[in-house]
Write a protein that binds this ligand. Sequence first.
Ligand code: UD1
Length: 430
Amino acid sequence: MDCFEVTGGTSLRGRVRVTGAKNSALKLMAAALLASGRTTIEEVPDILDVSIMSEVLRRLGCGVDFQRYTDGRGGGGGRVVVDVPETPSSETDYDLVRRMRASISVLGPLVARCGQAKVALPGGDAIGSRGLDMHVAGLERLGATVRSEHGFLIATAPRLVGTSIWLDFPSVGATENLVMAAVLAEGTTVVDNAAREPEIVDICTMLTEMGARITGAGSSTITVEGVTELHPVTHTTVPDRIVSGTWAIGAVMTRGDVVIERAAPEHLSVALDKLRAAGATVEQVEGGVRVAMAERPTCVDVVTLPFPGFPTDLQPMAVALAAVSTGTALITENVFEGRFMFVNELVRLGADVRIDGHHAVVRGRERLSSAPVLATDIRAGAGLVLAGLCSDGVTEVADVHHVDRGYPDFEEQLRGLGATIERTHRDRER
Ligand code: UD1
């Protein structure tokens, strides 16, 4: 098991470059399945989840080549080339899919392209039930027959036909899967109450470059006019707003001064406003955003919501921020019910947090106190590392393979900002 040993007490200072968003790159790779030939995706993060998606695509018969940038641009990104055969295979293995929920995003493209898909039911982060009912209901509306058997979702559709779909909740994954299925359907599909995340816009942009006819991406009504064929393209992934937000919150928590290169402030408006309310200086600078903090931050309330609301993926960092701020904050989680699980770990660092249903009441402390803690998911792991930077002594964050799923070069990036952090390895039983 890999661990981080984080020494508390340093402010994060300097510049950090952000590569493309994990939550976009994985879906862009899946979208490549919609056209035979070589699709190139730039600014793909060099992370475990991208390796898993590469393997998913390889087992579907694609050639996948990841080349990390060596031009010194930083950020831990690279270029992925996905070479898709005329007839991809349509079955994904359980051993891979259970490791990463985003594997489910091959479902829509495979049904559209092959008329069938057999996709293992996903695993991924332990952050709530994360049903697939909207993916399934939407595909059925498009004319597919979907059944669940022996741990697999099996969808068949000799022909997908455009229709209107109303999502119960603006699910990111369901919106993406349905749009990717609809681009090759016959006729027009309207997805209402669609997710509006920048990653949705990114995927729709790439699909449009591939020849799809999509309007309304970024609004809650997306209209897709089906076409008969798409062609491969070269596309650059949208910058990762969650990684950007992590560095921004880290700068505030440690009373530092960080320029986040390539951060897109328009994708982080609510989060950056919260940091301003906490007392930080947040300004747009050439090529990115600067976040600086001189004093101890003030507690701010946070409510997670689908975009453009405060992102649930930054909620652990918001709780960690409140834990070292002055006053009391109420943090409300509306997207994933299990997302407060990591709070038990934060409490081990001396944080004063009470959970009541989907609310956390956080009373800030001047300083936290180092202890061994466990990363329970990608973002919880990053939040615990930030908390470790604000603790006395050395905090050991274990199970950091979770962090490796989402943050390229995490510890190198932190060291570049002045933090003392080492990766260590130890046996699970000690
Ligand atoms: C994606 C992101 C994740 C982020 C989340 C919300 C990826 C790989 N992951 O996850 O980091 O936290 O968006 O911004 O892009 N739900 C259902 N039925 C469904 C689909 C979803 O009940 O058919 C529920 C989920 O359980 C959850 C909520 O809807 O409570 C939001 O899920 P969704 O937006 O689909 O998140 P993901 O696409 O899984």
